[in-house]
Design a protein around this ligand. Structure first.
Ligand SMILES: Nc1nc2c(ncn2[C@@H]2O[C@H](COP(=O)(O)OP(=O)(O)OP(=O)(O)O)[C@@H](O)[C@H]2O)c(=O)[nH]1
Ligand SMILES: [Zn+2]
Length: 216
């Protein structure tokens, strides 16, 4: 048996189907579609505005490449959110550290990249471990600000896994801050989002930050 679930407001383009028998949630996140032809024309115009014609063989195909690159960067891969019954009653933290994060800053369309530490305190069900990284990608492949990305990952896990708590820390370097502008090379921005016991209980919160290797 399966049913289609539409994601909540703020994420209107996402659709998922729930397989009750296997407790799998098929996660598909559309972006309303990238218009590749229009993007290609826009990149051609941008190159002209920057004073660059298709003067070399390298540049000749650049508009098409850039359009396809953005389409790829804005399209998270589909996955099944597989959960299992917490048969052992495991009630300590589960934490995946150093999950690579790559996203695009919505102010300059430049990359920001770094790592995410994502953890949760299990309730009735535990999650296939790889899914923590997949949820990070689900929201990172978008035009983002780091604060929103961090909160979206935590909120989504809380909603779909119903754990006793969720914690997300992201450490990232923004190329808009290092390659240009202030040129603060090597500076990393740290954001966190905590839900449930990891927000309310000081001991759990401290343990999360200690295991994540981040001072609280
Ligand atoms: N809060 C937040 N700010 C971000 C993020 N990514 C980039 N920014 C900042 O967004 C701001 C945009 O500010 P503006 O003053 O409009 O842009 P700007 O003139 O290019 O700013 P400078 O980078 O200081 O040269 C900059 O301070 C960026 O560093 C993010 O993920 N979160
Ligand atoms: Zn930026």
């Amino acid at each position: 048996m399966s049913e289609t679930v539409t994601q909540p407001a703020g994420d209107p383009s996402s659709v998922a189907s729930l397989d009750h028998q296997h407790r799998r949630l098929r996660v598909v996140r559309g972006r309303g579609g990238v218009d590749l032809d229009a993007a290609e024309r826009a990149v051609t115009d941008l190159l002209i505005a920057l004073g660059r014609q298709a003067e070399s063989e390298h540049l000749a195909d650049t508009p098409r490449r850039v359009a396809r690159a953005y389409a790829e960067l804005l399209a998270p891969r589909e996955f099944d959110l597989t959960t299992f019954p917490n048969e052992e009653g495991y009630d300590e933290l589960v934490l995946a550290r150093d999950i690579p994060v790559q996203s695009l800053c919505e102010h300059h369309l430049l990359p920001f990249q770094g790592v995410a530490h994502v953890g949760y305190l299990p309730g009735d069900r535990i999650l296939g471990l790889s899914k923590l990284a997949r949820v990070v990608e689900l929201f990172a492949r978008d035009l983002q600000v780091q604060e929103r990305l961090t909160k979206q990952v935590a909120g989504w896990l809380q909603e779909h896994l119903a754990p006793r708590g969720v914690g997300v820390v992201i450490e990232a370097e923004h190329l808009c801050m290092s390659m240009r502008g202030v040129q603060a090379r090597g500076s990393r921005t740290v954001t966190s989002a905590m839900q449930g016991l990891l927000r309310e209980d000081a001991r759990s919160r401290q343990e999360f930050f200690a295991l994540a290797g981040v001072s609280s």
